[in-house]
Design a protein around this ligand. Sequence first.
Ligand code: COA
Length: 260
Amino acid sequence: MTYDNIYIEEEDHLATITIDRPNKLNALNKATIEELHQAFKELDEDKAIKVIIITGSGEKAFVAGADISEFAHFSVMEGGKLAAKGQELLFDFVANLSTPVIAAVNGFALGGGLELAMACHFRVASTNAKMGLPEVSLGVIPGYGGTQRLPQLVGKGRAMEMIMTAGMITAEKALQYGLVNYVVELGDLIPLCEKLAGKISNNSTVAILHAINAVNAGYSYDADGYAAEIEAFGACFGTNDFKEGTSAFLEKRKADFPGS
Ligand code: COA
């Protein structure tokens, strides 16, 4: 498939998706959300790809939010549908993807942009990054999971303050809050994400998939995280990756996981 609003680069086991609407600060319009859905789906189905990095083009923005021009005239019903469809196609889709996704936050991550970064499995930011959920300044609330994922990551009080003030926090503050795992100079952002992706790629993709599901179960209102962990732990014992991982350890060699 060809894409107009994003591009994908692949090298070894890593795919990098770049949202490419720099003139609109990479704001997420409908077409971009649909393209991202397709890209994540295809990369997730490609067993050669073990980690996905997502970032924004240019030096100013990761994503400056949902495209305000597209929903300014929406009705109550259209607003509800916008949030539901976006969560299904992109935000929940990424959070539950079996391939690890790292957000490389290279500038503004506002509204839907921060929500996208938060849907990723973890985040790395550059020093120029600014993060916030400004929706209440537009008379609306975060609708792509922000009211749920921000308190999970930074705690309820900090999330309430960020949402109510509609303010932006610096990368340093985001690091202090635990919203991002690292802050580095812009030029070091992708190299650090690639280094982390390399470490992840050495491990069992099947075990990682089970770990993602178990961690996510703990944040799901209709799942018991501890029970999910027990089930996933047991399931690992039936995999070729488990046989290879344990054999390699006992034989004092590096594991070469078959990914099954
Ligand atoms: N939706 C649609 N267009 C957006 C956008 C968004 N969320 N964010 C930025 N843009 C567009 C601007 O309209 C402008 O387009 P134009 O040149 O055709 O007029 C372009 O991107 C550049 O943005 P601009 O506002 O000129 O840049 P700036 O450096 O002065 O300000 C921001 C940067 C991020 C502070 C500002 O763009 C902003 O507040 N954006 C909206 C953030 C937001 O509320 N997001 C949540 C949406 S729910």
